[in-house]
Design a protein around this ligand. Structure first.
Ligand code: FES
Ligand SMILES: [Fe+2]
Length: 374
């Protein structure tokens, strides 16, 4: 597709990569926490974790611990995951509270609406205890097609305003109705932006991912830019792969309920700025959150979602898909490690970006704009 056609509702990116120092200096990471991770919508989980009042899940918006709980009226509430007494983290993982959120340290208790309602041996605090001033610290929370996002910035635009037509595009995958399977995680030896940029371009596929190259129709690998997200279409090749497992995948895969026959032959990748991805496969959906853990280290949080009605054949297909994509991830980890090392080389100036890398330019423009707010 011609670049100008592909750039649908955003200005053409500047085609300038970020300068190396932005991947290497600790003060950049600090600025990013403040100007990017504490101001943007951050993926925290899936609605299946919150079926009833008191159900909760936890996660991170950048470095900041956050919890989301279903309140007594079935609404979503999110808070900083910290007790107002002496800072214990209140909840871990996902689960069910009995009636209230109770801190495991000294037992302070909060209603799901955040009000502090119980302090053991409260009289020992004397006059110093004003319960009304010690409620949980609220955080914004919104749902996008079954996925929960939080935002630490009270003034941020609503997620629904930012994602435009994305909910419509995701609709037929029925993500809210899927059930979680195969959660995973790990680390990548590179700055989170190197990891994101690697996701955003397919230019490296012919060289670095022989398996993907056999499966995907590289000529028609298409990256579409939107204001806050990137949509990548990766149609599968009609010609059967020479690799047995890849061939088996293509033969056995059937589309999930809600999907059309044409969806059977396309892998789609969605990148929501700044650090969330949603991989839309015909057989399952996978989400990935990239969290910086130091200037040269990124923590991955993965979650798979599949139809609760997946039979043995579809489960086998999902297993094959995950095996194939685990190999792709290994190849990518090796690539980003190489980039992070190379970025240290004195004398390197940003090289030019190809049209196939226009989403890297888009990402760089967004990062530059956010960092300039300082
Ligand atoms: S830190 Fe939570 S009750 Fe003390
Ligand atoms: Fe890759």
């Amino acid at each position: 597709m011609d670049l100008m056609q592909a750039v649908t509702d955003v200005q053409a990116p500047a085609f300038e990569a970020l300068e190396p120092r932005l991947y290497l200096e600790d003060d950049v990471l600090k600025a990013e926490q403040r100007l990017i991770f504490e101001r943007t919508w951050q993926l925290i989980g899936h609605v299946s974790a919150l079926p009833r009042p008191g159900s909760y899940t936890t996660g991170f918006a950048g470095s900041q611990p956050v919890l989301v709980v279903r309140d007594a009226l079935h609404g979503l509430r999110a808070y900083r995951n910290v007790c107002r007494h002496r800072a214990s983290c209140l909840l871990t993982g996902s689960g069910q509270c009995k009636g209230a959120i109770r801190c495991r340290y000294h037992g302070w208790t909060y209603r799901f609406d955040g009000t502090l309602i119980g302090v053991p041996e409260g009289l020992q605090f004397g006059e110093r205890l004003d319960k009304t001033a010690l409620g949980l610290l609220p955080v914004r929370v919104e749902e996008l097609c079954g996925l929960l996002f939080v935002n630490l910035d009270p003034d941020a635009a609503p997620l629904a305003d930012m994602t435009g037509d994305l909910p419509k595009r995701l609709e037929r995958y029925r993500i809210a109705e899927l059930e979680p399977f195969a959660p995973g995680g790990g680390y990548q030896p590179a700055n989170w932006k190197v990891v994101a940029e690697n996701y955003l371009e397919g230019y490296h596929i012919p060289i670095a991912h022989p398996g993907l190259m056999r499966m995907l129709d590289y000529k028609h690998y298409d990256t579409e830019l939107h204001e806050h997200y990137v949509w990548i279409e990766a149609p599968m090749r009609a010609k059967p792969s020479s690799n047995r497992l890849e061939r088996l995948y293509a033969q056995l895969v059937t589309p999930m309920p809600g999907l059309a026959e044409e969806d059977r032959c396309t892998w789609r990748y969605v990148f929501i700025y700044p650090n969330t991805t949603i991989d839309l496969y015909p057989d399952h959906v996978n989400t990935w959150q990239m969290l910086p853990e130091g200037i040269g280290r990124t923590r991955d949080v993965f979650a798979g979602y599949r139809s609760p009605r997946s039979g043995p054949r579809t489960r086998a297909v999902q297993w094959i898909n995950q095996r194939l994509n685990t190999l792709v991830l290994k190849e990518d980890i090796d690539l980003v490690r190489g980039v992070q090392l190379g970025l240290r080389a004195r004398g390197y100036r940003c090289g030019p970006l190809s049209r196939r890398e226009h989403a890297v330019g888009w990402f760089a423009d967004r990062i530059r704009a956010d960092l300039e707010q300082d």
